[in-house]
Write a protein that binds this ligand. Structure first.
Ligand code: MN3
Length: 201
C-alpha cells in the first residue's frame, strides 16, 4: 500500500498573507509530494518494506529512506501545527506546562525563536516532551524527535523552501509570524494530552 500525500487541513490560500498561496502550493504540492513519491519508489524497488507503518520505517531506517520517510512525517505534522487565525498564547494544561518548564511563555518564545533562527542551513525547530519535561530543540535536515525517543509537540520548518516565496531571506520575520499568527495551540495541547495519556497507561 503506497503512501499518499495528505490533504492540507485548510485551504491552500487560508494562511495568507502570512504564507502565500504560491508558497503553500510549492511546499505542499511539490516538496511534500516529492518526499511521498521518493518513499514509494524505495518501496517499489524493495529498499524498504511497504507493509511497515511510516513510524516503523522512520525508526528502523537511515540514509535516503530515512530522509524521505521522516520528511513525509515532518510535513504532515507541520501542516497541523498551523491554522488560519492561529498564534497568540496557549491556555490550560499546556500553558501551565510551558510556565513550569520555561519560566514564562515569553521565555519559551525566545528559546524557540533562537532555535529556529540559529539552525544553520536546513532543518526544524521543535517543542518536545523528553522524560516528562518540555524542551526546545532544533534538528538538521530530516532529523526528528521520534528518532531520539522524544515526543514532538510543535514544529516550525526552517528549510528555505518553507518561507522563501513569502519572506525571501528573512527567516527571523517568518519565525516571528509563525509564532504570532500561525501556531495552532490546540493541536499542540492535544499532542501533550495524548503523550501524557500514553505515559500513564
Ligand atoms: Mn518543508
Amino acid at each position: 500500500m503506497p503512501f499518499e500525500l495528505p490533504s492540507l487541513p485548510y485551504d491552500v490560500a487560508a494562511l495568507e498573507p502570512y504564507l502565500t498561496r504560491e508558497n503553500m502550493e510549492l511546499h505542499h504540492g511539490k516538496h511534500h509530494q516529492a518526499y511521498v513519491t521518493n518513499l514509494n519508489k524505495f518501496i517499489e524497488q524493495g529498499k524498504v518494506d511497504g507493509s511497515k507503518s511510516l513510524e516503523e520505517i522512520i525508526r528502523s531506517s537511515d540514509g535516503p529512506v530515512f530522509n524521505n520517510a521522516a520528511q513525509v512525517w515532518n510535513h504532515s505534522f507541520f501542516w497541523n501545527c498551523m491554522k488560519p487565525g492561529g498564534g497568540g498564547k496557549p491556555d490550560g494544561e499546556l500553558a501551565k506546562a510551558i510556565e513550569k518548564d520555561f519560566g514564562s511563555f515569553d521565555q519559551f518564545k525566545q528559546q524557540f525563536t533562537d532555535a529556529a533562527v540559529s539552525q544553520f542551513g536546513s532543518g526544524w525547530a521543535w517543542l518536545i516532551l523528553d522524560g516528562g519535561k518540555l524542551q526546545v530543540i532544533k534538528t538538521a535536515n530530516a532529523d526528528l524527535p521520534m528518532k531520539h525517543g522524544q515526543v514532538a509537540l510543535l514544529t516550525c520548518d526552517v528549510w528555505e523552501h518553507a518561507y522563501y516565496p513569502t519572506y525571501k531571506n528573512a527567516r527571523p520575520k517568518y519565525v516571528e509570524t509563525f509564532l504570532s499568527n500561525l501556531v495552532n495551540w490546540s493541536f499542540v495541547a492535544s499532542n501533550l494530552a495524548a503523550s501524557r495519556k500514553t505515559a500513564s497507561a
